[in-house]
Design a protein around this ligand. Structure first.
Ligand code: COA
Length: 166
């Protein structure tokens, strides 16, 4: 059985991530969407539990996609879940530099792990979770970038944040 790990922060999950995971689910028997349970390097809007819930809802119709949190090294989590492959999305040449560096490090840590890159679909090339949150906070329309339940959660969280600031 082929198992692939698609890891990320997913704060929150977008159509760009969903596109990559669903395409990966056609290539592998099982895809684990690994939600990185760390807030050390990023400004996180949703807790790990919330990010898991949003991702689980997004993949509820996909029986071979499983959502799980992880801490520590991605290569160790891949081993724990029996994944021989890491799936990554590539959006631009800027992603390539960053991915290349990450690949070298991950390969160094676990040489037997394979990395598979899927080009982001054209309509999601511009998308990132940070940009999405910025646009949503400024009242921009993000309906075509996230599923309805994510949009709803974002609106609620941003309103809570605004209220707390006032
Ligand atoms: N569609 C839409 N957005 C995408 C995308 C796609 N196809 N691919 C990437 N993105 C976005 C992400 O949402 C993220 O946006 P943000 O920075 O605004 O939050 C950004 O592009 C970068 O994506 P990614 O590189 O996947 O970063 P991440 O923070 O989501 O995930 C981990 C990074 C968790 C995979 C990485 O930090 C990791 O492996 N950590 C574990 C610790 C470890 O092993 N470290 C050593 C790694 S060498």
């Amino acid at each position: 059985m082929t198992v692939a790990l698609y890891a990320g922060t997913f704060d929150p999950i977008t159509y760009g991530h969903i596109d990559i995971a669903i395409r990966a689910a056609k290539l592998f028997d099982n895809v684990i969407v690994g939600i990185y349970d760390s807030t050390a390097n990023k400004k996180i809007l949703f807790s790990t539990e919330e990010r898991i819930k949003l991702a689980k809802t997004a993949f509820k119709e996909m029986p071979n996609i499983e959502v799980r949190p992880f801490t520590g090294l991605v290569v160790d989590f891949a081993k724990d879940v029996g994944a021989d492959t890491l799936v990554r999305g590539l959006r631009s040449t800027a992603d390539f530099e960053y991915e290349f560096e990450m690949e070298l490090m991950n390969k160094n840590l676990r040489p037997e792990l394979e990395l598979v890159y899927l080009m982001a679909s054209l309509q999601f090339q511009f998308l990132s979770s940070s940009r999405l949150k910025e646009v949503a906070a400024l009242g921009g329309n993000i309906e075509n970038m996230v599923p309805k339940h994510v949009w709803k959660a974002l609106k609620t969280r941003l309103a809570e944040r605004k209220q707390a600031e006032e």
